[in-house]
Design a protein around this ligand. Sequence first.
Ligand SMILES: Cc1cc2nc3c(=O)[nH]c(=O)nc-3n(C[C@H](O)[C@H](O)[C@H](O)COP(=O)(O)OP(=O)(O)OC[C@H]3O[C@@H](n4cnc5c(N)ncnc54)[C@H](O)[C@@H]3O)c2cc1C
Length: 256
Amino acid sequence: MYDFLIVGCGFAGSVLAERLAEAGKKVLIVDKRDHIGGNAYDFYDTEGILIHKYGPHIFHTNSEEVFRYLSRFTQWRPYEHRVLASVDGQLLPIPINLTTINKLYGRNLTSDEVVKFLASKAELRKPVLTSEDVVVNAVGKELYEKFFRGYTKKQWNLDPSELDASVTARVPTRTNSDDRYFTDTYQAMPKNGYTQMFRNMLSHPNIHIMLNTNYKDIVDLIPYQKLIYTGPIDAYFDYQFGKLPYRIRFGEVFIL
Ligand SMILES: Cc1cc2nc3c(=O)[nH]c(=O)nc-3n(C[C@H](O)[C@H](O)[C@H](O)COP(=O)(O)OP(=O)(O)OC[C@H]3O[C@@H](n4cnc5c(N)ncnc54)[C@H](O)[C@@H]3O)c2cc1C
């Protein structure tokens, strides 16, 4: 008899399994894939290169508690992500910052001046409903077209005008020259990869792992008290209200 049947060996399932096991509960954790780690799964190829199978995952958090907790299962390799976008024949920092604007427009603006510059470009949208509205409202149509439209379309396979405002609201525009992708206090990569970190997390005598297992195939066969499901919510309800309208595309991009 298991206290918990956990569906999904990603971040959510693995952390819950570890926490519950540590509290004395017996846990069965299953995944329909042939590996642990969920979308953060990585592996070493034959050349010894660490590959993030489902697209690059960069660890970042402002929570000391989270960082300390995960540090029990991995050492870290310092890493701060920096991205350049190819725009009009130049490689420019994204998210947009002071350097981006100065290089793009051949200017030499200061931080204060760039605030006014962006304000002069911004086109008021009211109400702000879509991702397009968010960006155009903040930096105007021109920067929207150059930096956001194609990028968002590639990532979500939808035009920003079809996406909720919250999707691009996470992309900042900076008026200083900080060219890091994230500004969180803790930014790093697990020294030996995410999968090894999850392996350490799940190597608890109270945790039993079953891979290549769709929970639906075993849910009636295995005795358990409570089920925790960490897969897609629309799949859980057998798509009875249809598929969720959008979700991030795999293997091509990273998300913010
Ligand atoms: C391309 C990409 C890049 C990303 N980059 C970053 C990043 O840089 N930084 C960051 O913080 N986050 C990033 N994320 C987000 C991150 O991947 C997720 O936040 C995280 O993986 C969520 O963990 P989870 O455990 O909730 O879900 P998942 O990792 O999706 O795990 C759920 C697991 O449930 C399993 N499952 C589903 N249905 C069943 C079933 N019926 N039976 C058995 N098992 C089932 C799935 O196989 C899966 O392994 C990225 C995501 C993607 C797609």
